[in-house]
Design a protein around this ligand. Structure first.
Ligand SMILES: [Fe+2]
Ligand SMILES: [Fe+2]
Length: 268
């Protein structure tokens, strides 16, 4: 595939069990590409997870409208309020008059600051699940994240786990599925993205992080859906093992030029 020079939307495809993915990719200077995914659950109360890139607004809306009548959309699960997740929220809310945004206390606060329509927000209390007629989406905090309001979920009906920014990977080029990526390339991409997106991993307690990853492994999700990884329904255990190897069992990572210890040492 030729080098990507602008954000690009790929066709909607099946992700895992009942979930579809609307995949996009953005070029990342000198580092390849990053997936930016939204997910769609059809059913008695359709759910859209995140809203894609504003730069692709027309295409995102067309792709959604080809799958469901937007009047039927009931919920927009907002993982967090970063621009790559909230990009088309106002437009989708306009076209989907019966949809409400699902977020938590801090997410709602940030939406308010950003000027979003708060009459369309459903705030989940701590520990509260989103109950649908055929399943519940149980909120979880992913093992790592870049915004404190970040809210993934586990789908009670399918054991699909949505991990927001976690388990994303920088890749050389757009692909439909992680199966098409060499193991070493995936490992490097996971480490690169997590280093950029969650730099605090370098000072995280490894035992605590290991325990969190262990909980994901024990949950044995049918699939891990990441906002920043191509469809990864094949082997979620492999993703967990790679992250564990990189941040829990692996060697210490390189010098962080922004770490306060580094700056202090340079100034003294
Ligand atoms: Fe983010
Ligand atoms: Fe993101």
């Amino acid at each position: 595939m030729t080098a990507l020079i602008r954000p690009t939307l790929l066709p909607m495809q099946q992700a895992a069990a009942d979930w579809q993915v609307l995949p996009a990719f953005i070029p990342v200077a000198e580092m390849g590409v990053l997936a930016v995914n939204s997910f769609l659950l059809k059913g008695p109360e359709p759910v859209l997870v995140d809203t894609g890139l504003a730069a692709l607004g027309d295409e995102v809306l067309d792709a959604l409208a080809a799958e469901i009548d937007l009047e039927d959309l009931r919920w927009i699960w907002l993982s967090h309020t970063d621009a790559d997740h909230i990009g088309n929220l106002p437009r989708i809310l306009e076209c989907a008059p019966n949809a409400r945004v699902v977020t938590n206390f801090l997410g709602a606060g940030k939406m308010n600051v950003l000027g979003h329509d708060m009459t369309r927000v459903r705030v989940l209390e701590a520990g509260e699940a989103l109950h649908l007629p055929d399943r519940a989406l149980h909120p979880i905090r992913p093992p790592y994240y870049d915004a404190p309001e970040t809210q993934g979920f586990v789908d009670s009906a399918t054991r699909v786990l949505f991990a927001a920014d976690a388990f994303g990977a920088l890749l050389p080029e757009p692909v439909d599925t992680v199966d098409a990526v060499e193991d070493a390339t995936l490992r490097d991409g996971l480490v690169a993205w997590s280093t950029i997106d969650a730099p605090w991993l370098q000072i995280a307690d490894r035992d605590r992080l290991g325990a969190t990853l262990g909980a994901v492994a024990r949950l044995a999700p049918l699939a891990i859906l990441s906002g920043h990884l191509p469809h990864a329904g094949h082997d979620p255990g492999k993703l967990v093992r790679e992250v564990h190897a990189a941040w829990v069992a692996g060697p210490a990572h390189g010098i962080d030029p922004l770490a306060i210890e580094t700056v202090t040492a340079a100034l003294n």
